[in-house]
Design a protein around this ligand. Structure first.
Ligand code: ADP
Ligand code: MG
Length: 628
């Protein structure tokens, strides 16, 4: 019989135990959920060391041991009650809650689906007390200050739930992941994970010493970096850049992986809001969009981002496990995260590598370069002004400055007149060539690659890809400043055009002008290019005009340049970039390398591929089995 046809029974309040079991359905999905709640509690208790012991992936036993403040004997039984918490007492406190927990339901929920016991001792007690959750029995026991919560036989009373659990190894992996998320935000706390008596993971506490006199932020950054390396591997640290950003109510710190370090899966993306691990659409989307311009296809960026925001501007009480949050102003958070990551990624990596080298005293110090106290974080600030005055005063290199006005085709052979003085940014000019991050050009390989020598060894540059990015960034800067400098052609380049092309040229004249292009109609079948962006002056004006017209014809409104800006500029940059198989002089090669050093995002071409690679002496030695 269908249940709906049964007569309804009298309304009754549910027994406490059942309420907790229902609540457990939301909070406790698997052993890892228990681990998360218990580690949350240990952190809230101020623990500096947390040990997790598991049997059978956590199903047989989860024990979390901490050296926090402990629970006073009299409060032990209360701790297991539903909605019993020491963390908030009012709605106002909830609005600015700084602890991980506040709902007071984890222990009660866990107890309702397992055999739970709590052993705890505060600083003022002579001995610890052990509370058995089943019997409610409280008895003296031995333990140093802190708390151990033991959870045995998870879901023993709810076999349906137990059936959903995966293999021990899978559950173990989830438990480790749960601790990892905590470990990445609390470097000052040590963690150890044991499974079946074996040490599975151990992350040492990274101390921050307020009395050492060293800047606390720097110390924290260093502690965090070490923890990131311990948990995610040295690779993560080496292949990421420091994020340091503050705007209005929002601060974003952490590390963002370089595009090269992207993975097939999104399994190295950690975001935190006020120290709490979250999976939040706003943050994730903002981070992803920061990679738009440097990472293409389906690769997943890696990052650990820590958003700090005034507690009243974020609601953490929207999800039982608090993995989701709601921002009062999602836009401000989105913008902050996006800018934070974009800024970090914009700094050419060569400079960062160089900064590390300088820090390690592998190189003679460059006279004008400030020595960073802490390589990645500080150098970034040091490098910013350098990157800030980039393209505008560097554009000279690839432009035929003395020959303005010649038709593009005729100039092509003499176009590459590098002006070493202008091409080299002031700070690098003063620096000795051996401190140039991308090194001194040596030769060109098959018209495709530039070979250069720096202190680490050999640098290989894909010259077309690199130059394409430089031109693209120049165009972006110009169009943002609403001034794409245009260069009239002395002899207009005429070409036979389709009806479609003629129509587009006429209807999009304004858009074309914004892009620095002037195309006029000579007849219903002929167009003439009269001016091109100076940045692209040495390219093929007709080919450029044709691809821009093709691109424009796909859009209609007058705002096309704003909406399709990056696609349009990328198309244009491709035409302006030095082609493969073009012979460059050593000076021209050096000019290109110096421009790369100061151009934002120059480590990737417009399609997200790397523009240069370093082959270190060690790697070269290995190729020749040297020193073995
Ligand atoms: N490891 C611990 N150390 C100290 N106190 C703890 C610990 N675990 C739990 N408690 C106490 O028990 C209370 C209830 O814990 P819990 O059910 O997780 O709720 P919440 O964390 O939301 O307050 C906490 O408020 C805290 O006072
Ligand atoms: Mg809790």
């Amino acid at each position: 019989m269908h249940p709906a046809t049964q007569p309804l029974r009298a309304i009754r309040e549910l027994p406490d135990e059942l309420i907790s079991q229902i609540a457990a359905g939301e909070v406790v999905e698997r052993p890892a959920s228990v681990v998360r709640e218990l580690v949350d509690n240990a952190l809230d208790a101020g623990a500096t060391h947390i040990t997790l012991r598991l049997l059978a992936g956590g199903v047989r036993l989860i024990s979390v041991e901490d050296n926090g403040v402990g629970i006073p004997a009299a409060e032990l039984p209360v701790a297991l009650k539903r909605h019993a918490t020491s963390k908030i007492t009012s709605l106002t406190e909830l609005e600015s809650v700084g602890t991980m927990g506040f709902r007071g339901e984890a222990l009660a929920a866990i107890q309702s689906v397992s055999e739970l016991s709590v052993l705890s001792r505060t600083a003022s007690q002579d001995n610890a007390m052990l509370l058995d959750g089943q019997s409610g029995e409280l008895q003296p026991a031995a333990r140093a200050q802190g708390t151990t919560v033991e959870v045995k036989e998870l879901f023993y009373s709810t076999p349906a739930r137990r059936k959903f659990l995966k293999t021990d190894n899978t559950e173990l992996a989830h438990c480790v992941e749960a601790v990892r998320r905590h470990a990445l935000t609390r470097p000052e706390v040590g963690f150890a994970i044991w499974h079946e008596g074996k040490l599975v993971e151990q992350w040492r506490a990274q101390t921050v010493d307020a009395t050492s006199g060293e800047d606390l932020n720097l110390q924290h950054q260093r502690a965090l970096d070490r923890r990131l390396a311990d948990v995610l591997g040295d690779d993560f640290l080496e292949n990421s850049v420091a994020v340091h950003y503050q705007s209005g109510n929002v601060t974003v710190i952490g590390r963002a992986g370089i595009p090269d370090a992207a993975r097939a899966r999104a399994d190295h993306q950690f975001s935190y809001v006020n120290g709490r691990y979250v999976r939040d659409k706003v943050v994730t989307h903002a981070a992803r969009s920061a990679y738009e311009d440097v990472l293409h296809g389906h690769r997943q960026p890696v990052y650990a981002l820590y958003v700090e925001i005034e507690p009243t501007r974020v609601d953490v009480n929207v999800h039982p496990t608090k993995i989701e949050v709601r921002f009062r102003d999602g836009r401000e958070v989105h913008q902050a995260v996006r800018h934070a990551v974009e800024n970090a990624l914009a700094v050419p990596r060569a400079n960062l590598i160089m900064a590390n080298a300088l820090q390690n005293h592998e190189l003679p110090m460059a006279g004008t370069q400030a020595q960073p106290a802490w390589p990645s974080a500080n150098w970034q600030q040091a490098a910013m002004p350098l990157a800030g005055n980039r393209v505008s005063d560097l554009g000279a290199l690839w432009q035929p400055s003395p020959r303005h006005g010649l038709p593009a085709q005729e100039q092509s052979e003499q176009a590459f007149v590098p002006d070493q003085v202008h091409a080299t940014p002031p700070s690098l000019q003063d620096a000795a060539p051996e401190t140039w991050p991308l090194g001194k050009a040596l030769a060109q390989l098959h018209g495709v690659y530039i070979l250069a020598e720096n202190t680490h060894g050999l640098v290989l540059v894909d010259m077309h890809a690199a130059h394409e990015r430089i031109v693209y960034e120049q165009l972006k800067t110009q169009i943002d400043a609403q001034h794409v400098s245009s260069q009239p052609l002395l002899i207009p380049a005429t070409f036979p055009a389709s009806a479609q092309e003629v129509a587009t040229a006429e209807s999009c004249a304004e858009a074309l002008q914004e892009l620095g292009l002037e195309i006029s109609t000579l007849s219903s079948k002929t167009l003439a290019v009269r001016a091109v962006p100076s940045t692209l002056a040495q390219g093929d004006a007709v080919a450029l005009a044709r691809s821009v017209l093709a691109e424009l014809s796909q859009h209609d409104a007058s705002t096309v340049v704003q909406r399709a800006r990056n696609e349009l500029l990328a198309t244009m940059a491709c035409h302006g970039a030095v082609r493969a198989n073009r012979k460059l002089t050593i000076d021209e090669m050096n000019g290109l390398l110096r421009q790369m050093e100061v151009t934002e995002r120059s480590d990737q071409c417009n399609h997200g591929r790397p523009t240069w690679r370093q082959l270190s002496m060690r790697e070269l030695d290995a190729l020749f089995l040297r020193g073995r």
